[in-house]
Design a protein around this ligand. Structure first.
Ligand SMILES: [Zn+2]
Ligand SMILES: [Zn+2]
Ligand SMILES: [Zn+2]
Ligand SMILES: [Zn+2]
Ligand SMILES: [Zn+2]
Ligand SMILES: [Zn+2]
Ligand SMILES: [Zn+2]
Ligand SMILES: [Zn+2]
Length: 259
């Protein structure tokens, strides 16, 4: 048994770990996904998110890596194609291209049947530039503060400005009292009365869900929330050339393992 803690300290520790868990949950899933890894094209040298064909020059990925299990070589077992005792790599390894992330899926039955449904990049749309994986060559992330989807280019800038609240004070919008809680997803503050929506039952020690979007709110003073106006300004800077770089001139058509 670990050393006994006081009720208060126990509660605080539990709350803290729970919050960290919620915030990092989505991000961890995405970060450890094999279809969201970094890859450098052997032909044009461009760094990008792993995919069957280079986002920039359409060269085939070498070695082909599975978007689900991450392996580049099959030693047999659970294979949808027979290759006996021979190791399968490259085109012998691949079974499909994922519609969502455009990366290879290996020929194991498990990956072929599970990846497309479980692909973490399905429905991913960056909240800053509104691009999904099909028109964005980089990796995807979830903001560590508000868990919104972000592309590789917008990640740092967004995360740096995410702990801000719209408006010029932390006042509750409904009653003008001090906003003890803030939703970093909606960017608004709530007093301790208006943060609880009618009918919501709170578990002890947990912060309530936002009445608007249901993301768990944070204590305004617990995070370095500021009221400074933030701007999603990537599009008006010299960064534009870099931004354009991620738009490939044309897309490969009919991309498939038989290509
Ligand atoms: Zn390339
Ligand atoms: Zn696989
Ligand atoms: Zn195999
Ligand atoms: Zn996928
Ligand atoms: Zn973006
Ligand atoms: Zn955010
Ligand atoms: Zn209020
Ligand atoms: Zn909210």
């Amino acid at each position: 048994m670990p050393k006994k803690k006081t009720g208060q300290a126990k509660k605080r520790a539990k709350m803290k770990s729970r919050q960290a868990e919620i915030r990092s949950g989505a991000q961890r899933d995405l970060a450890r996904s094999n279809c969201n890894t970094s890859y450098e094209c052997k032909q044009c040298g461009m760094r990008q998110r792993t995919r069957a064909f280079c986002y920039f020059c359409h060269a085939m990925q070498k070695p082909a890596a599975c978007a689900q299990c991450g392996r580049t070589k099959c030693l047999g077992g659970d294979c949808a194609v027979r290759h006996g005792a021979k190791h399968a790599t490259g085109m012998d390894l691949v079974g499909a291209v994922c519609d969502h992330c455009a990366a290879w899926v290996c020929h194991s039955r498990k990956c072929l049947t599970t990846h497309a449904c479980a692909c973490p990049l399905a429905d991913m749309v960056c909240i800053v530039c509104c691009r999904g994986p099909e028109v964005c060559g980089g990796r995807f992330f979830n903001c560590s503060t508000c868990s919104a989807a972000l592309c590789e280019e917008d990640q740092l800038q967004h995360e740096g400005t995410c702990t801000t609240i719209d408006g010029d004070s932390f006042k509750c919008k409904s009653c003008n009292r001090t906003g003890v809680y803030s939703c970093l997803s909606c960017k608004v503050s709530f007093c301790d009365t208006h943060v609880v929506r009618r009918g919501v039952v709170l578990s002890a020690g947990a912060n309530p869900p936002c009445p608007k979007c249901s993301v768990t709110v944070v204590e305004t003073k617990a995070v370095s929330v500021s009221t400074r106006k933030y701007e999603y300004g990537r599009h008006n800077t010299a960064d534009q050339s870099k931004a354009d770089m991620w738009f490939a001139p044309s897309r490969a058509s009919g991309a498939g393992p038989s290509g």
